[in-house]
Design a protein around this ligand. Structure first.
Ligand code: ADP
Length: 546
């Protein structure tokens, strides 16, 4: 049973101070640690980023003089932890990578020289790993088995790893050793999967909740100029543009990070790109410069961020949609770990979803990943409280007992003060707007062009562009130039809106033989709308907040 009045004893606090340099346990840390040390209890802990998961599994071994096994999916993260533990005089090692002196390491493990042994999931479920675990169990006291990033066991999560599937055998192999499963992102369904897959016995369930009250959330469609999009988030000091405080800008592709860096650098914004294609030395240097406040802005793919321990990141901007709410939440989770107000702003376009769609089609588990992407799309286009959206997504409850606030997201803010940066000129975003006419114009433009192009071409067509890309014979088409009076951005928003309504589908381009991720045609549903007699055709919606 959990003892809520349980308070840390002086010996534990002393070890915490001398070995880890902290004065106090955070409440959930102690709840987990004491259940492991006193009751050998299994735990499933969902803790927001920055709460301090690693202490929960590092402390018990250090305190008891035994050894803890830690399984994590990322070698680089484990290497970081082994390094920082070694520096702090806590002996730790890593097994499962292609290192040379494995035999020596194993001999030392069996002499109880290490408090923490990090293992890749492949290593500890392999034949060699299993026999080592058996040897360890008969000659040492294994205090705990910790499974970090435990959401990886579930195919309902965003980062399913096959190698994690086998980890349930650890409980069979070492039934008396408590298991701690930890993650920052798990829905109810993923949590249940973790408990089942890892065979946890009557686990203590710990959750810090998913609300991050100091984060402000916003989302808006990308406009035609990247710099103009970002400008409202920047300030100008001594003639130079910049963000207030450390900032990460996430892009979907490496190419995007290069483009964005160039645009910002051209405006004298001090920034550096970061992605897995850069050399390790360059990545390390960039990481370090960011953490030491020498460079304020990093423009990165999601390769950047794992293991970043920087408490004062003020902005996490996505220039391009994430593939799932889970990854979005994990990425924005890097903002404001010090508890001070920080912003999480996402810019998106229908092209982003197409790019993800393309990646999903090529990868595994595609149905599930398409579902996750579609929820991300809903988040971005939502007109309701974004904070409530995120929290209820993870907690699996539509009805939240969170106090309402007006400053937690763009949507709540707009209820009290209408946005002044709207792309929808003259349209009050709180009202319903009749999109019928523009939807018909746009869908007709797609039909006129045979559904073989991307939105760029359709927008040129509907706006009556003089570009030579539009064949002369089509200039006399009745749909050509019907949308002259509205901006490029307006039509991009319409395209996105029609996509969300499932009025568009992916199609084959003029030249390609297979479906392309950026070519759109009118879907069956779109055709149904287009073919409905004008009198009974109506598209009345609240526009997306811009
Ligand atoms: P997580 O993995 O949950 O994101 P970490 O284990 O990396 O978090 O810890 C996040 C930060 O919190 C680290 O800088 C760590 O030193 C600090 N921290 C952890 N526990 C405590 C504590 N009890 N008191 C003060 N700081 C702590």
């Amino acid at each position: 049973a959990t003892d809520k009045s349980d308070v840390p004893d002086s010996k534990s606090l002393e070890v915490l101070m001398t070995k880890f340099g902290h004065r106090q346990f955070r409440p959930y840390q102690w709840q987990i640690i004491s259940s492991i040390l006193k009751h050998k209890r299994d735990n499933c802990a969902i803790m927001t980023t920055g709460y301090g998961k690693s202490l929960c599994y590092q402390f018990p071994a250090v305190f008891s003089g035994g050894v803890t096994l830690v399984i994590s999916p990322l070698i680089s993260l484990m290497e970081d932890q082994v390094l920082s533990l070694t520096i702090a005089n806590i002996p730790a090692c890593l097994l499962g990578t292609a290192q040379k002196n494995t035999a020596q390491t194993i001999a030392d493990i069996l002499k109880n020289k290490f408090s923490l042994v990090y293992l890749t999931p492949e290593f500890c479920t392999g034949e060699f790993g299993i026999s080592l675990l058996k040897d360890m169990n008969s000659s040492l006291q294994i205090t705990l088995i910790a499974v970090d990033e435990a959401h990886c066991v579930s195919s309902w999560g965003h980062d399913f790893r096959h190698s994690y599937r086998q980890l349930g055998m650890l409980k069979t192999l070492l039934p008396e050793v408590p298991v701690l499963a930890v993650t920052a992102t798990a829905t109810e369904r993923v949590k249940n999967d973790i408990i089942k897959s890892l065979k946890l016995l009557n686990p203590q369930l710990v959750g810090t909740g998913f609300d991050r009250p100091n984060l402000y959330y916003a989302a808006r469609p990308k406009g035609s100029s990247l710099f103009d999009d970002l400008k409202p988030l920047m300030t100008r000091k001594n003639g130079k543009w910049g963000f207030d405080g450390s900032t990460i800008i996430y892009c979907i592709t490496r190419k995007d990070t290069a483009n964005l860096s160039e645009v910002l650098q051209n405006h004298q914004v001090s920034c550096l790109p970061y992605h897995a294609g850069l050399s390790l030395a360059v990545r390390k240097e960039t990481h370090e410069q960011f953490v030491k406040d020498k460079i304020p802005v990093i423009i990165a793919t999601i390769a950047f961020g794992m293991g970043i321990d920087k408490p004062d990141i003020r902005n996490v901007i996505h220039y391009g949609s994430s593939g799932s709410i889970e990854s979005y939440y994990q990425e924005v989770g890097r903002a404001g770990r010090d508890g001070l107000p920080s912003k999480c702003v996402a810019f998106f376009s229908s092209q982003d979803f197409a790019t993800h769609g393309f990646l999903i089609e090529k990868g595994q588990n595609s149905n599930r990943r398409a579902e996750l992407l579609s929820t991300m799309k809903q988040y971005l286009n939502s007109r309701k409280c974004r904070r409530a959206f995120l929290v209820s997504y993870f907690e699996g409850k539509a009805d939240l007992s969170m106090p309402e606030r007006s400053d937690c997201c763009d949507n709540c803010l707009a209820k009290t003060a209408p946005s002044d940066q709207s792309i929808y000129e003259g349209v009050d975003e709180r009202d319903f707007y009749d999109f019928t006419e523009d939807a018909v114009k746009y869908l007709s433009a797609i039909s006129a062009l045979g559904g073989k192009y991307g939105h760029g071409m359709y927008i040129m067509f509907v706006r009556g562009s003089k570009s030579s890309k539009i064949p002369d014979r089509l200039r006399s088409h009745p749909s050509f130039g019907t949308g002259k009076n509205k901006s490029d951005d307006w039509w991009k928003a319409i395209a996105n809106f029609l996509d969300l309504k499932h009025y568009l589908k992916q199609a084959k381009s003029k030249t390609a033989s297979s479906f392309s991720f950026s070519v759109f045609d009118v879907s069956d549903e779109g055709l149904k709308f287009l073919n409905t007699p004008p009198d009974s055709r109506k598209l009345l919606e609240q526009p997306t907040l811009g």
